[in-house]
Design a protein around this ligand. Structure first.
Ligand SMILES: C[S@@+](CC[C@H](N)C(=O)[O-])C[C@H]1O[C@@H](n2cnc3c(N)ncnc32)[C@H](O)[C@@H]1O
Length: 201
């Protein structure tokens, strides 16, 4: 298996514990990899410092490729997806999450238009069809993420010969909202997009 943008290794570690035979987990950040190696060391997970857009593997190398919330940092999505498709074995599966286009297309700032009482009155997006880098504050200033339309994201898989099988826009369940009422705002606009696609046999 391959984890693209593994961060501190939570998902790779979990998959290894669940029985994954062999996992390569890549990330560009030394700090995240140090954390992963320190806190989520596992004999079947190999953490490597690589850039998603530069790493290369042979055809048919992986049964499963996962990427959790990392693809919106990659500038050349259209160049990447054919590589991912090639790295999969026939029948192999790609599962990724990314920030939702409605989320990445928000106006600079937090996205909410607020009423006179400071309450969210609506979510403002603009330049939806203007794909490319958008800078934002995310813990620090100047974090660069790439906005892409929904059709670009899904068409990337289709054009690369992958079969899109599931598309999910997760939202908090009523049970979760009982425990975390402040997450109600996530019912007003999607934040994430989850996609599962397979390479046909
Ligand atoms: C929001 S974190 C998600 C981490 C992890 N997948 C998770 O779900 O907890 C995004 C990760 O992508 C990594 N990243 C960003 N751009 C990258 C790139 N071009 N190549 C490899 N990793 C990258 C960052 O270092 C960071 O660890």
């Amino acid at each position: 298996m391959l984890d693209l943008g593994c961060g501190a290794g939570q998902l790779s570690f979990q998959l290894a514990q669940a029985g994954a035979a062999n996992l390569i987990a890549i990330d560009i950040s030394r700090t995240m990899l140090d954390l992963a190696r320190r806190e989520r060391n596992h004999p079947r997970v190999s953490y490597r410092r690589e850039a998603i857009e530069q790493v290369r593997f042979g055809p048919g190398s992986f049964d499963l490729i996962i990427s959790s919330l990392a693809l919106h940092y990659v500038p050349d999505y259209r160049g990447l997806v054919p590589n991912i498709a090639e790295w999969l074995t026939p029948g192999g599966v790609l599962v990724y999450s990314t920030e939702h286009p409605i989320y990445t297309a928000r106006l600079p700032g937090e996205g909410w238009v607020r009423d006179d009482h400071g309450q969210p009155a609506g979510w403002q997006i603009d330049n939806y069809f203007h794909e490319g880098p958008r800078e934002e504050r995310w813990f620090v200033e100047g974090v660069r993420k790439y906005h892409r339309t929904l059709s670009t994201l899904l068409d990337g898989q289709l054009e690369s010969g992958l079969r899109v099988e599931r598309v999910i826009e997760p939202a908090p369940s009523p049970e979760r909202l009982e425990r975390r009422p402040y997450e109600r705002e996530h019912l007003r606009r999607p934040m994430f997009l989850l996609v599962r696609a397979t390479r046909p046999v």
